[in-house]
Design a binder for this molecule. Structure first.
Ligand code: ADP
Ligand code: MG
Length: 392
């Protein structure tokens, strides 16, 4: 796989796939970490006198209404503000016009094209890796750089299709992700602890299965812990869990009992009473309650494991951190993690978002820019858009 440093980009037009799928509210970018992560590649290209075209998706585009909410224009303004220079923007619906704009682009100038998924309204062209669209993207530039780690688990026109038609390589954001995530994937420093919480049980089971042999401790909370508790026959009331995995987690528990740690006390809420919160031992949960955070005894137990660890991967928040009543576990675990000497890597949109929001932006070895891509990279050891570059 070629890196941007291995490819001649001097004075050439370079199309960079970035991941600017960032939270936006009322036309303002709420978290610019993904934009920051792309700056090294952009600045490198400017130093090499390249003409720079940026492509990204934002959200999902299923209806014309979705287009209004998911324009990249606010992101263009944000990038322009960060760089202190004009960034050009164009909605690529008129392909001939795009050629004219690209033709006029000067060295070091940056053009952002509108959300790649706008092309999904007309036959899912981006998401189905349409060959015409891939060729159109390729026809705009001399070189393609994939710097969108967080999108690299998707086989789309702008991530995979385009690589068939241009000399292609990876940018600095992707290089950094691989370097840091390989510390987890090829873990050398033990004890290695995995902390898994959050809601998306589907995404997390494959990671557990692929890393459980290598890890020394697996600390659980959230929907994933609930699924384990349920498989043990413990009453979890109305709590979030995933029925589909009950047998699988029972088998994991059976085979790796000594490594796996589950909550012993919890904070519960009620589905139809948003003011309700109570402390319970895990075997006291009633049928109308939902486990939404871990309790102090569990935090203490997890603290001791974290304190003895050398490498830690965390994915998924400990509890429902968006609600103050259930954010203590997430906050406390971040606090404990920020004080260890262990290499702490955090992946997952919500987990990284929570680390930023709760004041732990610069406290860890690495915050991954990926969610699904990070988990898939750790579970499978590869990503489709990176594999496409290996074939080139
Ligand atoms: P990530 O984005 O980090 O991969 P997920 O998307 O899987 O993590 O999970 C984050 C979400 O999980 C948050 O919205 C949080 O409120 C929710 N969550 C955490 N614990 C629980 C719980 N016990 N019950 C329900 N939701 C939970
Ligand atoms: Mg999430």
């Amino acid at each position: 796989m070629l890196r941007i440093q291995d490819i001649n980009v001097d004075n050439l037009t370079v199309l960079v796939r970035v991941d600017y799928n960032v939270p936006i509210e009322n036309g303002k970018v709420l978290d610019d970490s993904k934009i920051q992560a792309s700056l090294k590649t952009i600045n490198y290209l400017k130093e090499h006198n390249s003409k720079i075209i940026l492509l990204s998706h934002l959200g999902k585009i299923k209806t014309a209404e979705d287009k209004k909410k998911n324009s990249l224009l606010p992101i263009c303004h944000k990038l322009s503000e960060i760089l202190g220079e004009e960034v050009k923007f164009y909605n690529d619906e008129n392909k001939n016009k795009v050629y004219q704009i690209v033709k006029k682009l000067k060295n070091k100038e940056i053009l952002i094209l509108e959300n790649t998924r706008f092309n999904d309204l007309d036959g899912n062209l981006e998401s189905n890796c349409d060959i015409q669209l891939s060729m159109f993207y390729a026809s705009l530039a001399n070189v393609f750089i994939n710097d969108a780690f967080a999108s690299s688990h998707r086989s789309h026109a702008s991530t995979v299709g385009i690589t068939k038609f241009l000399p292609s390589g990876i940018g600095f954001c992707v290089q950094k992700e691989i370097e840091k995530l390989d510390v987890i994937k090829n873990v050398k420093e033990h004890p290695f602890t995995i902390i898994m919480g959050g809601a998306k049980v589907d995404d997390k089971i494959p990671v557990i299965k692929s890393l459980i042999e290598k890890c020394d401790y697996l600390i659980l909370s959230g929907g994933i812990a609930n699924t384990f508790l349920k498989s043990l026959g413990i009453n979890i009331g109305f709590s979030l869990y995933n029925e589909k995995y009950l047998n699988e987690v029972m088998e994991i528990l059976h085979n790796f009992k000594q490594k796996i740690f589950l909550p012993v006390d919890v904070i519960v809420g009620k589905k139809y009473d948003s003011n309700y919160a109570d402390y319970k031992l895990v075997n006291e949960v009633t049928k109308d309650e939902m486990i939404l955070d871990i309790g102090p005894k569990t935090i203490e137990k997890y603290k001791n494991i974290i304190a003895g660890s050398k490498t830690i991967f965390m994915n998924g928040t400990i509890g429902k951190y968006e609600d103050k009543k259930f954010s203590n576990g997430t906050r406390e675990i971040f606090n404990i993690l920020s004080k260890t000497n262990a290499k702490v890597v955090i992946g997952g949109g919500d987990s990284v978002g929570a680390a930023n929001v709760l004041g732990y932006k610069n406290s860890f070895y690495y915050l991954s820019t990926g969610g699904g891509a990070t988990l898939e990279y750790l579970a499978k050891g590869s990503l489709v858009a990176l594999d496409a570059l290996k074939k080139e």
